[in-house]
Design a protein around this ligand. Structure first.
Ligand code: GDP
Ligand code: IMO
Ligand code: MG
Length: 420
């Protein structure tokens, strides 16, 4: 069976920590989409580690980790990550596997990302500039180079062909970037990548499933950044939703069991695009300060606001969420009152649905106010000790979104999680 952990908001919900928490119960942890735009934070032996492409099960000896076909892989970032992981005594040559169908990010993809954002000007997506969009364009455009191609004699020819195609596009953008240093790093990283376990991902995972092994699929980004259902065009370029697990791993829908959705107790977004509950005041600043809301990949300050139940109900629907994990509950410890958004008013009309034109219309959110719990929640380790006001807050969310909050995370540490 495949269980899934994915983000229900605009990313950075705390997926990395939650995957690390669940990993001891699984045999395989697999990334099914996204690439180095992701930044998943874990604490290992009290030390902070940010993973971008390596699945968040890498620090557990009981499981192996797969970077599957749905991912776009930057070998340079991967090499760096492998070095970090190795410094903790982890042997990636033993427990990391990469699908031969995984598409590669090459240096000119990053240049194209930059050029495209520059051309968009005010309307820029706020991309992480890791080359994600251009790499997925080459996949759907049927031009990409895949990890399996590294093992063929034609690799250099394929690379030069793609690079030339990119150069023409860059010329059209009138964009000049010296990528000599990037290319040097890239080819070094390619040599390293060749020494890792390159496998047929779909047989790898299905053979494991046939042996009765348990697989955990780790999502990157969040549902509101999904290419189809997110706040288009301010989205990423992959399917971040549970449906993406089937195409991103090569497993059938019948194999999907639990879909564990992760949401913060409030809401954040990094990059451009609509965010109906965003706070532009001191409360937003306080959330950012207490929650340490700065991007794990780019260091950018994250936009902060109250939890948006209209969006959360929508994302639970799209994913078929069976269990919810509410993270960063402790960040709300000191707030006297908490607000939750229960509907949107658009041009005088009230709705509980995400509008098609979410990126173009002005949304006035309606809030319901709840009393804060005003106590230190970070040491609580059992559901029976949860403050009454937190229980009321969670109960309201459960009923509104139609999915149960089964876990509350009350700090960044591995042990800071309460089972409800
Ligand atoms: P991801 O991309 O979904 O894995 O999330 P990020 O790692 O980008 O961002 C989540 C941040 O919140 C990281 O700095 C985590 O260490 C931190 N974090 C995760 N869960 C909690 C929690 O329950 N409380 C607090 N205070 N921090 C948390
Ligand atoms: P994790 O896995 C938060 C955002 C970017 C930008 C948009 C498109 O850590 O939750 P891209 O680089 O894909 O072209 O950027 O998506 N974005 C993320 N925001 N967390 C992420 O990943 C993100 N990955 C991309 O900020 O707005
Ligand atoms: Mg992140």
């Amino acid at each position: 069976m495949v269980d899934v952990i994915l983000g229900l908001q605009w990313g950075d919900e705390g997926k990395g920590k939650i995957v690390d928490f669940f990993a001891p119960h699984y045999d395989v942890i697999a990334r099914f989409q996204g690439g180095p735009n992701a930044g998943h934070t874990l604490y290992v032996d009290g030390k902070k580690v940010v993973l971008h492409q390596i699945p968040s099960g890498i620090f557990h000896q009981n499981c192996v980790n797969l970077i599957a076909n749905g991912v776009v892989l930057d070998p340079v970032t991967l090499k760096r990550e492998c070095e970090t992981v190795a410094s903790f005594g982890i042997d990636v040559k033993k427990n990391l596997f990469i699908s031969e169908k995984t598409n590669l990010i090459i240096p000119t993809h990053r240049a194209l990302d930059k050029a495209s954002e520059l051309q968009k000007g005010e309307g820029k997506i706020g991309s992480t500039l890791k080359g994600i969009g251009p790499a997925y364009m080459d996949k759907t455009g049927r031009n990409a180079i895949r990890v399996g191609d590294l093992l063929s004699k034609n690799f250099t020819t394929q690379y030069i062909k793609l690079r030339l195609k990119h150069q023409k596009l860059l010329d059209n953008f009138h964009f000049i970037e010296d990528i000599t240093a990037w290319e040097e790093e890239f080819f070094e990283a390619i040599d390293f990548l060749k020494t890792l376990n390159i496998v047929n991902g779909e047989y790898f995972i299905n053979n494991k499933l046939n042996e009765g092994k348990k697989v955990l699929a780790e999502g990157a980004q969040g549902t509101m950044l999904d290419i189809d259902f997110g706040t288009f065009p301010y989205v990423t370029s992959s399917n971040t939703i549970s449906a993406g697990v089937c195409t991103g791993l090569g497993v059938s829908p019948q194999k999907i069991n639990d879909v564990i959705g992760v949401t913060k107790a409030y809401c954040t977004r990094v990059g451009s695009g609509p965010f109906p509950t965003e706070l532009h005041d001191s409360v937003g600043d306080e959330l950012r300060k207490i929650g340490n809301e700065f991007g794990a990949t780019t260091g950018r300050p994250r936009r902060c606001g109250w939890i948006d139940l209209v969006a959360l109900k929508y994302t639970c629907m799209l994913n078929g969420v069976t269990k919810v994990v509410m993270t960063k509950a402790d960040v709300l410890d000191t707030f006297e009152n908490l607000q939750v958004c229960t509907s949107y008013t658009i041009e005088g009309k009230t709705t509980q649905e995400i509008p098609y034109q979410i990126s173009k219309v002005a949304i006035d959110p309606t809030y319901q106010t709840f009393k804060g719990w005003n106590c230190d929640s970070t040491k609580i380790n059992s559901a029976t000790n949860l403050p009454a006001n937190m229980v009321t807050y969670i109960k309201f969310i459960n009923e509104f979104i139609g999915a149960p909050v089964k876990y509350v995370s009350n700090g960044p540490g591995r042990e800071q999680i309460i089972v409800i």
